[in-house]
Design a protein around this ligand. Structure first.
Ligand code: ZN
Length: 221
């Protein structure tokens, strides 16, 4: 079973309408209205908070039948949005993954799903975001390591980005491998990202790092 939503609308319109592939229910999602909005927060796991820039998540949940579906690659590109309006919670992402288990997912779907799971896990169980104290279950931890493993070994997107690759090594506890990758970097342009990641890796810290706060980089180039 490979179900994709019907997509109506164009980037110029205020709303994009997604039609649930399971029950036909319609869901309006607000389009990008203000490009170049201020980044309130950027984290090293690529979580971005941009309050003035409504964005669309790649996995949607139908409010009517409760099923999950991907906005497929072409549609996603059409709406020209690289992240978020309705962020699924970690427990919803787990439900979605179970449902997707019986579907043939494309590589692109998996790229999006595992990155969402990584950020969802970090958001839920790593306290820096919201002073949360929730503890992951054994199953949650297993899913986290499955995610790290998939992103490091199967993801093309992660392989293309050595900083993200290094960061995922660190978040998975592969500190020395992370340090080895980043120690040799001479290009100064990304040092505001690399330096904090490297420092955390040397301290044996797997938590995501806040890189931008209120539009300002927290580390120097
Ligand atoms: Zn539905």
């Amino acid at each position: 079973m490979d179900k994709n939503p019907t997509f109506i609308g164009s980037p110029e319109q205020m709303y994009t309408v997604l039609v649930c592939p399971f029950c036909g229910d319609r869901k309006e999602i607000l389009n990008l209205i203000c490009a170049g909005g201020l980044i309130e927060e950027l984290w090293s796991d690529t979580r971005v908070i941009m309050p003035y820039m409504p964005v669309i998540f790649p996995i949607q949940k139908c409010k009517h039948c409760g099923k999950y579906y991907f906005i497929n690659e072409e549609q996603y590109i059409n709406v020209d949005i690289d992240a978020f309006v309705e962020r699924l919670s970690f427990s919803q992402l787990k439900e979605a993954k179970v449902q997707f288990g019986s579907q043939a997912l494309t590589l692109w779907d998996k790229e999006k799903m595992y990155m969402e799971i990584l950020r969802g896990y970090n958001e839920t169980f790593r306290c820096q975001y919201n002073d949360r104290t929730d503890q992951p279950t054994g199953e949650d931890v297993m899913l986290f390591y499955e995610t790290i493993d998939w992103l490091l070994h199967e993801s093309k997107e992660v392989k293309k980005d050595y900083i993200l690759y290094s960061e995922i090594l660190r978040e998975g506890g592969y500190f020395q491998e992370c340090i080895n990758m980043l120690n040799g970097v001479t290009d100064q342009t990304n040092m505001w990202i690399i330096r904090p990641i490297l420092e955390r890796a040397k301290n044996g810290d797997t938590n995501p790092v806040l890189l931008i706060k209120s539009g300002k980089k927290l580390a120097n180039d």
